[in-house]
Design a protein around this ligand. Structure first.
Ligand code: NI
Ligand code: MN
Length: 228
């Protein structure tokens, strides 16, 4: 039986994405108040993608890398170097940079720009492409016009967009981003983890479905999965 591509949200920006038989974690911060799991609960991890060097995105990457000996980190060069040195295992990281396709197994991974900050390297988003489907995780970012290129070039089936405001896009900006990207599905993230990023995902859903015909907003609870 063919597996459906699937993603699972662990709250904040942490997702597990299953594509082409590989298990990828993006921004694996699993020790926040809304997370339904702990790093020790993960069964299989092939790749960990880090969008930028802030604690709520680097999260538990070092612990997960120690537990899952075959897992590799994919990130911008400076973060990959840091993690390789911290683990003393530089060959378990794949450092790339913005805009350059990275080929691993049957996946094509492209780091995208993000308007944000980062302690090491530049902040990024990531597009994960495969024959089974394509996911765009925007990382932490404000809106930017070139999101339309991400839509045009990579045609994401699913876009994961921050809506919490303060540090990233809020609802107004994320609606415009959805219009620029035109994915099949949008899943809101980076909201309600703590008070300054409170946002109502149902308000986002209602407004997107009014203003951007053809796009469905899927609201997940931490721990829920979505097949696409
Ligand atoms: Ni950040
Ligand atoms: Mn963040």
């Amino acid at each position: 039986m063919k597996n459906m591509p699937r993603l699972t949200w662990f709250g904040h920006s942490a997702f597990m994405i299953e594509l082409m038989g590989k298990v990828m974690l993006v921004d694996p911060w699993l020790t926040h108040a809304l997370s339904p799991i702990r790093p020790s609960d993960l069964e299989k991890v092939d790749y960990i993608i880090i969008t930028h060097d802030h604690g709520d995105h680097m999260g538990d990457v070092l612990e997960i890398m120690k537990r899952h000996r075959k897992a590799k980190v994919i990130s911008i060069f400076e973060i990959a170097n840091y993690i390789g040195e911290a683990l003393r295992e530089p060959n378990r990281t794949i450092g790339g940079n913005i805009g350059g396709p990275i080929y691993v197994d049957d996946l094509e991974i492209v780091l995208t720009p993000a308007y944000h900050s980062s302690a090491r390297g530049s902040p990024t988003g990531v597009v994960i492409m495969s024959k089974e489907g394509t996911v765009y995780h925007a990382g932490d970012t404000g809106i930017f016009a070139e999101m339309s290129f991400i839509g045009e070039l990579y045609k994401p089936s699913v876009a994961l967009l921050p809506i919490g405001g303060h540090f990233t896009m809020g609802i107004r900006e994320a609606i415009k981003a959805t219009e620029l990207i035109k994915p099949q599905y949008v899943i809101p993230m980076h909201y309600n983890t703590f008070p300054v990023i409170r946002a109502d995902p149902y308000k986002f859903k209602k407004l997107v479905e009014e203003k951007v015909p053809g796009v469905k907003v899927v609201i997940l609870k931490p721990g829920e999965s979505f097949e696409f």
